[in-house]
Write a protein that binds this ligand. Structure first.
Ligand SMILES: NC(=O)c1ccc[n+]([C@@H]2O[C@H](COP(=O)([O-])OP(=O)(O)OC[C@H]3O[C@@H](n4cnc5c(N)ncnc54)[C@H](OP(=O)(O)O)[C@@H]3O)[C@@H](O)[C@H]2O)c1
Length: 434
């Protein structure tokens, strides 16, 4: 049986997981693809460090170049993370004509265009299944399973840390800080947790999915990104009373007319009856709506040693098959198309809204607020006002009909300028998946 020598850069959580999974399932993989994948060398920073997998010291080096430029290594897995050395590693491997597997969403988000251009130039594929949603095979499904579909919409709960935090806030009624502390204790959140809770990690992943779905590499600066720091137990409770749950959603939507695509990340109210509302803890879920297939749903572990290793192995298998058949019959992992498209600015994106205004409970307040929305041509579909005593500050909740983000932002600014408001207006978008 043909042997494929794999060089791994990084022996941390994911690198150790890949090594271990190959020890357990290497023969099964070989019998399925007709090629035996052998780990030839692994680069780490500190060879003395204790690792999750029992990696023989003889395989370790501290110099990634010894792995990438080893003539015996045919395939390279970049599993160190970051955007500097990792970029160098991938470019060096591709230049040497070696296919690369990466789990690095931050790098692909920042330099994807350059890296895929290098892959095309040097005729070596760059595989990235593990970069989005860990164990869920969403990249392969979009690229291959839905190759005959236009992707009209994609909704993703793609950051397990945020989903864990929001689940705890909803189910246990704890506040954001307590939920973050618990996520850190459980190993779901980094210290500091900014990359996750400010929505950047989700934006990296949604950008990759949008690029794949719409064929032009999305500039991460164009992705409107809001994190979950401002979600409060009160908003969770009020949303619950209206039949909704708050989730951090990545959304990719192509309207029927026009060439702009909505690519956004923000916390949104989702109806409790919708399956996305019941995705809890650190789980991920992605709903893909294709014009031929209709709605499909993917659910699973979005991160962690084993789930991510599973995705890396699927790419390793693809790359090994490429090597076995001399790269002749397979579609590259990213094919640019629809290059006349662009990302819609947030002001022009339409949505429905939940707005909470802390106001003095006195006659005329509601009328003044509704008149501002009317002036901006925004309809109100529902009002929730907890019973209060006159002169007390109460949370007034308004559900708004579909309107452009720009109009709602303008109306909220006009309301915020009025003395009747105590505190900043709170606004979440509502996603009904229609
Ligand atoms: N962890 C997850 O659940 C997960 C899920 C999906 C995607 N990813 C992605 O997978 C990648 C790896 O994540 P991870 O969690 O495995 O990270 P990690 O646990 O921090 O491991 C990083 C590894 O890279 C090694 N390393 C760092 N710089 C190096 C250098 N210059 N030369 C050689 N080795 C170097 C480290 O060596 P030492 O061990 O000696 O320090 C370590 O083994 C990242 O891009 C991440 O975004 C991770």
């Amino acid at each position: 049986m043909q042997q494929v020598n794999l060089g791994i850069i990084g022996g941390g959580t994911v690198g150790s997981g890949v090594y271990e999974a190959l020890q357990h399932n290497g023969s099964l993989l070989a019998s399925r693809i007709g090629a035996k994948v052998v780990v030839h060398r692994i680069a780490v920073r500190d060879p003395k460090k204790k690792r999750a997998a029992q990696i023989p010291r003889s395989l370790l080096t501290t110099d990634w170049r010894e792995v990438v430029f080893d003539p015996q290594v045919q395939l390279v897995a970049e599993l160190i993370g970051g955007t500097t050395t990792a970029r160098e590693v991938i470019l060096a491997a591709l230049k040497s004509g070696k296919p690369v597997v990466t789990a690095n969403k931050a790098l692909l988000s920042a330099h994807g265009e350059e890296l895929f251009a290098a892959a095309r130039k040097y005729g070596a594929n760059l595989h990235y299944e593990a970069s989005v949603c860990g164990g869920i095979p969403i990249i392969k499904s979009l690229r291959e399973g839905f190759v005959g579909n236009r992707i009209n919409a994609l909704y993703g709960i793609v950051n397990g840390t945020c989903n864990f935090i929001l689940s705890r806030m909803k189910l246990q009624g704890v506040d954001f800080a307590a939920a973050v502390a618990e996520a850190q204790r459980m190993g779901y959140a980094e210290t500091p947790p900014d990359l996750d809770v400010d929505g950047h990690d989700a934006a990296h992943k949604i950008g990759i999915l949008a690029s794949l779905a719409h064929g032009f590499w999305i500039n991460p600066k164009k992705i409107y990104t809001e994190g979950i720091r401002h979600v409060t137990p009160l908003d969770m409770k009020l949303a619950g009373q209206l039949g909704y749950t708050i989730k951090l959603l990545g959304i990719i939507k192509k309207p029927a007319h026009g060439s702009c695509v909505q690519v956004t990340v923000y916390p949104a109210l989702v109806p409790n009856g919708h399956v996305m509302a019941s995705v809890n803890d650190a789980y991920n879920a992605v709903l893909v709506r294709g014009d031929v297939v209709g709605d499909t749903l993917f659910y699973g572990q979005g991160a962690g040693k084993d789930a991510t290793a599973s995705a890396v192995l699927s790419d390793v298998a693809d790359a090994a098959l490429d090597l076995k058949f001399a790269n002749k019959h397979r579609v590259p992992p990213f094919v640019p198309h629809e290059c006349d498209s662009s990302v819609a600015p947030i002001a022009g994106v339409f949505s429905e809204y939940f707005v909470r205004l802390d106001v003095l409970d006195k006659p005329g307040v509601l009328a003044r607020i509704t008149s501002v929305f009317a002036r901006n041509n925004i309809g109100i579909s529902h009002v929730l006002q907890p019973r209060g005593r006159e002169g007390e500050i109460i949370p007034l909740v308004l559900m708004l009909h579909r309107a452009p983000n720009g109009a709602v932002t303008r109306a909220l600014k006009q309301i915020a300028d009025q003395p009747l408001l105590k505190g900043k207006p709170v606004m979440f978008r509502v996603e009904n998946f229609q």
